[in-house]
Write a protein that binds this ligand. Structure first.
Ligand code: GLN
Length: 525
C-alpha cells in the first residue's frame, strides 16, 4: 500500500503549499521512491477551467484534457510525472458527484450527509490506486476555511482507516518578523496548529515560512507548543527560485524526518539535477531578451508554464532569458525593436488581438525569431493572410463575424464533434519531413496539449504555401493544421497547441529550446 503525505496550510494563503509538496516529493524521488501527487481544492467551481486568469492565474491542462489548477503543473514539472483529471479535485466536483449519485438513487433511500457521503467521496479520490510508493496530497485553502472543513475531516478519517503510521501530516505556516521589536513571532503558527488539532489532525512536520532561519530556541518553542519534536520544525526561507527549495529542505534533513515517520531506512539523495539548476542561476551568462506579447501581466501566475518553459530553455542553451512584457493592447511595432525573439502566447477574446497580429507581422518582416502558441499561431496566420496574401478582411470568426474566415470552428474533425466546445488535452500531430518543425522535434510523430476552440481552415494550405507559409504539422487525418512556419525566415514557427505544458526543468522542450537558440543567435549578430 502507498504511504500518504497530506500538506495543509494555515495563518495566510499563498504560502506555496504546491511547491512545498513538490519539493518534499522530489526528496523522496531522489532516494529512489516513486511519488504521485494530488491536489484537492475546497472551492465550489467544478474545475478551474472557467476561472479567469485575471483572478486565478493560469489554467493548466493535463494530457487527458482536464483543466486544472496551476499546482498540477508544478507537480508534473518537478517530478516528471503525468497527472490526470482524478488528481485535481475540487469541492464542487465532490458535491456534484454526490448529488448526481443521490439523483440516480445510488444511496438507496439513505439520508445523504456530509459524513459519511461527502467524506467517503473525498476519500475515494484520495485512495484511487497509483502504483507508487507515495501519494502526496495537497489540500488547498487555509485551515479555518469553511469549505475546507470537510476535507480536513476526510483526511483525519483516512489516517484512521489506513493506520496513522501510513499517513503523515505536513503543515505550512507563517512566522512574521516584527521589525520594531526585532522578533520572529511564533504565535500565529501555534494557533494554526491548534486549529488543525481541533479537526483531529496532529501535524507531524511544520514548514514555517519565515524571512530568516529559525533558531534552535524558536524551533524548540514551536515544537513544545505544537506538540511535535523540535527537529520536525523546518524553516521555509524565501528563495529567488523555486528549484532551490528541494536543496534547502534537503539541507534541513526533511527526508530523514519523513523516513523517521514511516520507518524507512535513512538514505542520501541524488540532488544533482537541482544543484545543476542552482549553479546555472548563479552563472554569469549572456542574456537573451524575449518579448512576450500578452495581456494578463498583472497576474503574476497567469503565464506560469510559459515563464517556466522559457527559463528551462535558457538553461539548455546556457543563456539567461529575460522577459520583456509587451502589452498587446497598446503594442505598436516600434516597441519591439530591442528584443531577440518575439513570443505570442495563448489567449481568448478580442482584447489585444490587433497588437498580437502586428507583433507577428513585425517579427515576420524584420526576421526576428518568432514563436506562436495557440492564439500566437492564429495571429501569425491572420497577419500572413492580410499582409502577404492581400486578403484585407482575413480574420478568425472568434474576432469578426463579417470576414474572410481563415480561422474558424471546425466541427466534426476526427476527435469528434467539437462545435462550440474547447479542444482539450493531448492530440497527436504528424510532422512534415524537411521542415523546421521536423528539425526541432527530430521525429515524425509528436503529442502536444491543446486548449482552444478555433482552427486554421486547411483549405487555405496551398495558397499559403505558395506564398511562403507552410503547414508543417497536421492532425493524423490531415484535416487540422497543427504547426505553421515561414520558409523564408531564420526562425518563425507556431503551434496550435501549448508546448509549455510539457516543458521539463531538466531537459526543456524542443520547440522552446530551438526558439531560444535562434534568439541567442539573433543577439550575437
Ligand atoms: N482563442 C483561441 C481559440 O479558442 C486561442 C486559444 C488559446 O490561445 N488557448 O482557438
Amino acid at each position: 500500500m502507498a504511504k500518504y503525505i497530506f500538506i495543509t496550510g494555515g495563518v495566510v494563503s499563498s504560502l506555496g503549499k504546491g511547491v512545498a509538496a513538490a519539493s518534499c516529493s522530489a526528496l523522496l524521488q531522489s532516494r529512489g521512491y516513486t511519488v504521485h501527487a494530488r491536489k484537492f481544492d475546497p472551492y465550489l467551481n467544478i474545475d478551474p477551467g472557467t476561472m479567469s486568469p485575471f483572478q486565478h492565474g493560469e489554467v493548466y491542462v493535463t494530457d487527458d484534457g482536464f483543466e486544472t489548477d496551476l499546482d498540477l503543473g508544478y507537480y508534473e514539472r518537478f517530478l516528471g510525472i503525468k497527472l490526470t483529471r482524478n488528481d485535481s479535485v475540487s469541492g464542487g466536483r465532490i458535491y456534484w458527484d454526490v448529488l448526481n449519485a443521490e439523483r440516480r438513487g445510488d444511496y438507496l433511500g439513505a439520508t445523504v450527509q456530509m459524513i459519511p457521503h461527502v467524506s467517503n467521496k473525498i476519500k475515494e479520490y484520495i485512495a484511487a490506486p497509483t502504483n507508487t510508493d507515495f501519494v502526496v496530497c495537497e489540500i488547498g485553502g487555509t485551515v479555518g476555511d469553511i469549505e475546507g472543513k470537510i476535507f480536513l475531516e476526510s483526511i483525519r478519517q483516512f489516517a484512521n482507516d489506513v493506520g496513522r503510521k501510513n499517513v503523515m501530516f505536513v503543515h505550512l505556516t507563517l512566522a512574521p518578523y516584527l521589525e520594531k521589536s526585532g522578533e520572529l513571532k511564533t504565535k500565529p503558527t501555534q494557533m494554526s496548529v491548534r486549529e488543525l488539532l481541533e479537526n483531529g489532525i496532529q501535524a507531524d512536520m511544520l514548514i514555517v515560512r519565515t524571512p530568516r532561519v529559525l533558531s534552535a530556541d524558536e524551533r524548540a518553542k514551536i515544537g513544545m507548543f505544537c506538540n511535535l519534536p523540535a527537529k520536525n520544525v523546518i524553516s521555509g526561507i524565501d528563495v529567488d527560485n523555486i528549484y532551490k527549495i528541494p536543496l534547502a529542505y534537503d539541507a534541513q534533513h526533511v527526508f530523514d524526518i519523513i523516513a523517521d515517520h514511516f520507518d524507512l531506512p535513512s538514505a542520501v539523495g541524488n540532488m544533482d539535477k537541482f544543484q545543476r539548476i542552482e549553479h546555472y542561476l548563479g552563472a554569469d551568462l549572456p542574456r537573451v531578451v524575449i518579448g512576450v506579447v500578452g495581456k494578463y501581466f498583472d497576474v503574476p501566475d497567469a503565464y506560469k508554464s510559459l515563464n517556466e518553459a522559457l527559463f528551462h530553455a535558457g538553461m539548455q542553451n546556457n543563456v539567461h532569458v529575460e522577459l520583456k512584457k509587451i502589452n498587446a493592447e497598446t503594442f505598436t511595432p516600434d516597441d519591439a525593436i530591442d528584443v531577440d525573439g518575439i513570443l505570442v502566447p495563448g489567449g481568448f477574446g478580442t482584447r489585444g488581438v490587433s497588437g498580437k497580429i502586428a507583433a507577428a507581422g513585425y517579427a515576420r518582416e524584420n526576421k526576428i525569431p518568432y514563436m506562436g502558441i495557440c492564439l500566437g499561431m492564429q495571429v501569425a496566420v491572420i497577419d500572413f493572410a492580410r499582409n502577404v496574401l492581400g486578403i484585407s478582411d482575413a480574420d478568425s470568426t472568434e474576432f469578426s463575424k463579417n470576414c474572410t474566415p481563415i480561422i474558424n470552428i471546425m466541427p466534426d474533425h476526427n476527435s469528434g464533434n467539437m462545435g462550440g466546445t474547447l479542444r482539450l488535452g493531448a492530440y497527436p500531430c504528424v510532422i512534415k519531413p524537411n521542415t523546421l518543425a521536423h528539425q526541432i522535434y527530430g521525429t515524425d510523430n509528436i503529442s502536444e496539449r491543446h486548449r482552444h476552440r478555433y482552427e486554421m481552415d486547411i483549405s487555405w494550405a496551398d495558397k499559403f504555401a505558395d506564398a511562403g507559409m507552410i503547414i508543417s504539422g497536421r492532425s493524423p487525418d490531415g484535416r487540422l493544421p497543427e504547426m505553421i512556419e515561414l520558409t523564408d525566415h531564420p526562425f518563425f514557427i507556431a503551434g496550435q497547441f501549448h508546448p509549455e505544458f510539457q516543458s521539463s526543468p531538466y531537459t526543456g522542450h524542443p520547440m522552446f529550446n530551438a526558439f531560444i537558440a535562434a534568439a541567442a543567435k539573433h543577439t550575437v549578430k
